[in-house]
Write a protein that binds this ligand. Structure first.
Ligand code: ADA
Length: 552
């Protein structure tokens, strides 16, 4: 499933996944063997491939002719794409989309092959052995489109509320495959139209910008997740030849003093951190599993999800837009040390995933904040330079949302002057023994008196404790469900009763698989801090979270 709504009515589009493809592992004992596998999927879920780390070739055939645009929504984690044996694209990072256009393809049957690679090589700065799993496979949909000499790449809508009325800034990007004859661009949104008169198109990107005003529209909010459609069409001589349909919502996000404001009203975040992970699907969750996760999240009384630690599947974001779940969307990085940030590939790879995240997910009204570099070296001068660059990269692409990062550098963090929101991951009574309330007050005081984060909104982006599903102990010993429930109660009460805090995210939604290299301190080679286990079975803490979320 590509999206939860149709994105083209004129441009022919077809999902190539959603059926069996031929899979061939390229290394290991079974190298060269061919299996028929469902797609999208991760090879860790094929019998015998649970621990395979290497390259795998996925192959399918399709009918097509003309200018073909092939979009991969996500290949984990490095991809090389071949059409009829010719390499047409390469991409690093599992969690963002990429595409290639091949011109003048002859009519007939064509072979598409994608070689996915999940190895931890020195050239991979972001996918490293970690406290989550870097799966292998064609993990998100692959889409085939037929385009003319020019086509729409994106149409970004930035809503604003001025003098009692909604307006929107429109920025559309048209890609031309060569110098192309004049084309007209028509943008329709929420019953209004903006027309850009015919203009010649230069090869590559052509940007169109303008403003629109609206009347009688409904604002998007968690209580009223009203969505509108924006339809952009390219036309010549009155004939539309390409289109792009997206959705957006009328809402503003800003920070004022200690508050994060949505449509002018302070937000109180009650959220969970969620990895895309499932024992049956790896990171390639089908629509039904994503929708089920959101049902659990809403049943818990949560109003937000943090896409820790990477950009999420667009279908999941579509569902968040539709159900009014606020999203902290995060670029890809977890716990990189100073040395890892000095990897010569780090800057380029981090900038790429950040750009792709913002450009691809720009219109989702549910995304209220961009996060970067979870728990990286924000306590060093070099780390600070990297944080500054990535925040600048986001600001250059989007000024309509605040930015933040989740720090674990306690009283040594140097970066709170950079973003609009200060965020901390804290684990009182799990990684140390200080009571949650005392710990939080001390940390908050330090931020206010010693850092450039003073006076900014303050979020707790992780609290949590491990609890092994089914391990019960009348003495509430560590790792028992009882201990986890007890700790979460204390942490949640402390954070939510702290009026200077804009909210909390629980680490984490469900138990997840981690890289084998990370087994120390992680029973079952899983991170067991889920409110539900990996099969989404509720632990004892489920009712505690529900009770406390409903109280605040
Ligand atoms: C960190 C990190 C998470 C997870 C967590 C834990 O705060 O951001 O990815 O590793 O700790 O379980 O310890």
């Amino acid at each position: 499933m590509i999206r939860t709504f149709q994105t083209h009515k004129i441009r022919p589009q077809q999902e190539l996944t959603g059926k069996l493809w031929a899979f061939t592992p390229l290394q290991g004992e079974r190298a060269g063997e061919t299996l028929w596998v469902h797609t999208p999927s991760c090879w860790e879920n094929y019998p015998g491939f649970g621990l395979y780390r290497g390259q795998g070739r996925y192959q399918t055939q399709f009918e097509g002719a003309g200018n073909l645009r092939i979009e991969c929504k996500g290949v984990s984690h490095t991809a090389q794409v071949y059409l009829d044996g010719e390499e047409i694209a390469g991409h690093y990072n599992a969690y963002t989309a990429f595409s290639a256009v091949v011109k003048d393809v002859k009519a007939g049957t064509h072979t598409l092959a994608i070689v996915a690679d999940n190895r931890f090589t020195p050239e991979s700065a972001l996918h490293v052995p970690n406290d989550y799993m870097s799966y292998g496979g064609v993990s998100r949909p692959v889409v085939l489109e037929s385009v003319k000499d020019a086509f729409l790449e994106y149409v970004h809508v930035t809503p604003s509320y001025e003098k009692g009325g909604w307006r929107a800034h429109i920025r559309a990007c048209v890609i031309s495959l060569g110098a192309a004859p004049p084309a007209l661009l028509r943008v329709r949104a929420a019953g209004q139209e903006l027309l850009f008169g015919a203009r010649a198109l230069a090869e590559g990107e052509n940007i169109f910008e303008g403003d629109m005003a609206f009347e009688g529209v409904t604002a998007w909010s968690p209580q009223t997740p009203a969505l509108y459609t924006v339809t952009a069409t390219l036309e010549r001589a009155g004939e539309p030849f390409d289109d792009l349909i997206d959705r957006f919502g009328f809402r503003t996000v800003e920070t004022r003093g200690k508050d994060i404001l949505l449509n002018g009203a302070p937000l109180r975040i009650k959220g969970v951190c969620r990895h895309e992970d499932h024992p049956q699907y790896g990171c390639a969750l089908p629509f039904s599993a994503m929708a089920y996760d959101l049902m659990i999240l809403r049943d818990l009384g949560a109003n937000s999800v943090r896409t820790s630690h990477y950009p999420n599947d667009e279908c999941f974001l579509d569902l968040c837009d539709e159900t009014g779940v606020l999203v902290w969307e995060e670029n890809h990085a977890r716990g990189l040390s100073l040395e890892q940030m000095r990897n010569p590939f780090f800057e380029e790879q981090a900038e790429q995933v950040t750009r792709e995240m913002v450009l691809q997910h720009y219109n989702h009204p549910s995304i209220y904040i961009w996060g970067i570099l979870n728990e990286c070296a924000s306590d060093s001068a070099y780390g600070k330079e990297c944080y500054a660059k990535q925040f600048a990269c986001i600001a250059a692409l989007d000024r309509s949302r605040p930015r933040s990062f989740a720090s674990c550098k306690f009283k040594t963090d140097l970066c709170f002057g950079l973003p609009e929101v200060v965020s901390y991951n804290i684990y009182p009574k799990w990684y140390h023994d200080m009571p949650a309330g005392e710990y939080l007050a001390d940390l908050y005081d330090w931020v206010q008196t010693q850092t450039e984060g003073a006076g900014k909104p303050f979020l707790i982006t992780e609290i949590g404790a491990g609890g092994l599903y089914g391990y019960r102990s009348p003495y509430a010993t560590r790792w028992s469900e009882e201990y986890q429930a007890k700790v979460l109660r204390e942490q949640l009460e402390a954070v939510l009763s702290f009026s200077d805090c804009a909210g909390v995210y629980i680490w984490q939604f469900c138990d997840i698989r981690i890289s084998e290299e990370w087994w120390g301190g992680r029973p079952r080679t899983m991170n067991n801090k889920g409110i539900v286990d990996e099969y989404r079975r509720p632990k004892l803490c489920y009712d505690v979270v529900k009770e406390i979320f409903s109280k605040y």
